[in-house]
Design a protein around this ligand. Structure first.
Ligand code: MRU
Length: 346
């Protein structure tokens, strides 16, 4: 995403159109950005945080002619709208709160000053995310074994790459660094039903970068592991609870169970903005449920009887006990995760 040339809005790449088309959506208000987030035009935990930060800054940039009290009300309303766009990724509320607090603190100096601080803070969040991705990549790369005789085979889920963040991604950051270092590797990208972020987005961005990637149906992962075709699993996260339970794209939990069964390391990669010490465990993480029609009419045609109920959670929770390690920008947290999280973030 990027500022429009005149600074009055932000442009976001509409990820729902990938891989067929690269179309940018112009957002001129917080409501526009909240809508783009809800529709998954911009998606991925860090990316929705950054987009929401910009959304709030845009709203305030267009409100400087208001009296300070009305400006403050605009700030509160826009922040609430953006915070509610999606419930699971904690990065969203974290980024909105950061920009809101920076602008509110600057309001004593006038609305122009407050709007400028919001803009500055949003840019800072974006910049920090880029740096966190790089550090995650470096820490994650140290976990990737160097094989002499064949490529390393990495399985991921959904998209935790450049398109989900402000930088080179989280789960995919070590993949990009390994590739840049000339290490041979292959990525398995499960489709990631129902909205296909794996096949549409991960496969697209990796192939654009020249990283060998193969798409498979989600349901093929078990057999792939049984055949010995996966060396490690690495996924992103939408929220990491204090006890190390992790919410991520629905299907992640199944991969963690499979990885444990087959003796394959299961890593989670995420920036510090995804760690939520205020959430004690996975059961306390709000899990977004999406429109059943995303499953019922997923491919532009009816794919389930119209009158049969559909359950459509967007995320699931992987218990800490199934996670080999969490890779953050501050270092690698090994088991027991709760103690490691508390040591780095407590
Ligand atoms: O519904 P999405 O596409 O926003 O879900 C995204 C994921 O589950 C990612 O793995 C997670 O947000 C981490 S992105 C670095």
């Amino acid at each position: 995403m990027r500022w429009t040339p005149d600074g009055s809005g932000v442009d976001v790449l509409d990820q729902t159109q990938l891989p067929e088309r690269s179309i940018w959506r112009r957002c001129g208000s917080a409501a526009d950005v909240a809508d783009a987030i809800r529709r998954l035009q911009v998606r991925g935990a860090p990316a929705i945080g950054i987009a929401a930060a910009y959304g709030l800054a845009v709203e305030l940039a267009n409100a400087t002619s208001l009296a300070p009290a009305a400006f403050g009300e605009t700030l509160g309303a826009a922040a609430a709208l953006l915070r509610q766009a999606r419930p699971t990724a904690v990065n969203l509320a974290w980024a909105v709160d950061r920009v809101g607090a920076a602008a509110a603190a600057a309001l004593a100096g006038g609305t122009e000053a407050a709007a400028w601080r919001a803009w500055e803070e949003a840019d800072l969040i974006h910049e920090e995310d880029r740096a966190m991705c790089r550090r995650i990549g470096e820490y994650g790369l140290a976990l990737f074994p160097e094989l002499q005789d064949r490529p390393l085979r990495v399985l991921t889920i959904c998209n935790a790459g450049a398109l989900a963040t402000g930088g080179m991604g989280t789960a995919l950051a070590p993949v990009y660094l390994a590739h840049a270092a000339g290490r041979a590797l292959r990525v398995w990208a499960p489709e990631t039903r129902p909205l296909l972020q794996g096949s549409r987005i991960t496969a697209w961005e990796l192939s654009q970068a020249g990283v060998p990637v193969t798409v498979l149906a989600d349901s093929a992962a078990a057999d792939l592991m049984a055949r010995g075709e996966v060396d490690l699993v690495i996924t992103g996260a939408d929220r990491i609870a204090a006890n190390g339970d992790v919410a991520n794209k629905v299907g992640t939990y199944a991969l963690a169970v499979l990885a444990r069964h087959h003796g394959i390391p299961f890593y989670v990669a995420a920036p510090s903005s995804t760690v939520d010490l205020a959430t004690p465990d996975g059961a306390s993480i709000p899990i977004e449920e999406r429109d059943p029609d995303e499953i019922r009419r997923g491919f532009g045609r009816l794919t389930a009887p119209a009158d049969v109920p559909v359950w459509a959670p967007a995320f699931d929770v992987t218990p800490a006990a199934l996670i080999s390690a969490i890779v953050t920008d501050r270092g690698v947290i090994a088991s027991p995760l709760a103690a490691g999280i508390s040591a780095l973030y407590g």
